[in-house]
Ligand binder design. Structure first.
Ligand SMILES: Nc1ncnc2c1ncn2[C@@H]1O[C@H](COP(=O)(O)OP(=O)(O)OP(=O)(O)O)[C@@H](O)[C@H]1O
Ligand SMILES: [Mg+2]
Length: 370
């Protein structure tokens, strides 16, 4: 059993604050994914949970008991590092057995546990191969088997799949999730792949500059991002900088166009960001507008075939807006031709401007290519 509680944890390196007053409560058996851009403090947070790094202030607790002074080897934590860090001159079996040898387990028990771990991670038949004779996916499994060998109550994974190709990633993340759930092991999974986080986590914590910007279930984070950063980082969003015309009437203005949205709690004249996911925009025929829907007129600039959907970049008032259309509708679309778009008021998420002022990047849709 282990519940992890981080309370106001801060870690500085010289003048730089790597983790800044971070608080997070992770339930027994839960898988929480830490996501965020490079350098936002994910690995440092993991290292503080493992005990390789000591918080300058704040507390790390397992099951309500502070572990700040407990050395790593006594924390019952298994860790898979950002680089697998296997021992290249050891075989698969020796790598998996490493922690058990250090803990001076009897040889018979070691052999038995290594057998179990090899079976659990699908490495049967490879026990005598050297680590440098394995594929990336196999090495990743050895690292996982090694981390699990001592039956840790907590599993920490630092971008475990980042070095692998798309197909293997998909399969292994399913395997990791299954093992984690079967063993009921409290897990922190660091990734900067938002899709990986959405698919594997019970909850996602989106980090930025050493802090958690939002934490919640994947559906919550996706459907109701609280900041423009979260809306942009998780999935793809059109982020339209808009001004509240009438909060009571639910009316906004973006680039001279009146739009409707839920504006509870907003003030007239307030500047907000209206976030609209590409799949919430539909192509509509010319003619009188359907009652209640927001309408945008634009010119199709880019058409990208993505298999089941087609993603359009449409210039609306000269600004790029992304639209996902079902493949069947895409034959009606042509480059440089006008297009009429519509979305329901409830499909726009209104994000208040940050207290520290609006960020200029919020003015354009996500810069990531589809
Ligand atoms: N030992 C260290 N000494 C000095 N600065 C450090 C040290 N470890 C981390 N940092 C700094 O702390 C910040 C957070 O680093 P961290 O490794 O936690 O980021 P990350 O979110 O894991 O990034 P990435 O996605 O690139 O792995 C970075 O600015 C990094 O340069
Ligand atoms: Mg890292």
């Amino acid at each position: 059993m282990a519940r992890i509680t981080l309370t106001g944890v801060t870690r500085r390196f010289g003048a730089a604050v790597a983790v800044d007053g971070l608080s997070l409560d992770i339930a027994q058996g839960e898988l929480v994914s830490l996501v965020g851009g490079s350098g936002c403090g994910k690995t440092t947070t993991l290292r503080m949970i493992a005990g390789f790094e000591r918080p300058d202030t704040g507390e790390v607790a397992f099951d309500g008991r502070a572990v700040n002074d407990v050395p790593p080897r006594k924390r019952g934590v298994g860790i898979v590092f950002q680089s697998y860090a296997l021992f290249p001159t050891m075989t698969v079996a020796e790598n998996v057995a490493f922690g058990l040898r250090v803990a001076r387990w009897p040889e018979a028990k070691i052999r038995e546990r290594v057998g179990e771990m090899v079976a659990l991670t699908n490495l049967g038949g490879m026990e005598q191969r050297y680590a440098n004779q394995l594929s990336g996916g196999q090495q990743q499994r050895v690292a996982l088997a090694r981390a699990l060998a001592r039956r840790p109550t907590i599993l920490l994974l630092d971008e475990p799949l980042s070095a692998l190709d798309a197909k293997i990633r998909l399969r292994l993340r399913g395997e990791i999730r299954k093992i984690q759930q079967d063993l009921g092991i409290t897990t922190v999974y660091v990734t900067h792949d938002q899709e990986e986080a959405l698919s594997i986590a019970d909850r996602i914590a989106v980090m930025r500059d050493g802090r958690i910007e939002q934490v919640g279930r994947p559906e919550e984070i996706y459907a109701a991002p609280r900041t423009d950063f979260v809306a942009d980082f998780i999935g793809i969003s059109n982020l339209l900088p808009a001004r509240v015309v009438s909060a009571a009437a639910g009316e906004l203005e973006w680039e001279g166009t009146r739009l409707r949205a839920r504006l509870d709690g907003r003030r007239d004249g307030e500047v907000v960001t209206l976030s609209v996911r590409p799949e919430k925009l539909a192509m509509v025929p010319d003619g009188p507008p359907a009652a209640g829907l927001n309408r945008l007129e634009g010119i199709v600039e880019v058409i990208t075939f993505l298999g089941p959907i087609v993603r359009l970049e449409v210039a609306v008032h000269g600004r790029p807006v992304w639209v996902d259309l079902p493949h069947a509708q895409s034959h009606a679309v042509a480059r440089k031709k006008p297009i009429l778009l519509a979305f329901a008021p409830e499909d726009g998420v209104v994000i208040p401007s940050r207290a520290d002022g609006p960020r200029t990047e919020a003015a354009s849709p996500s810069r990531r290519t589809p």
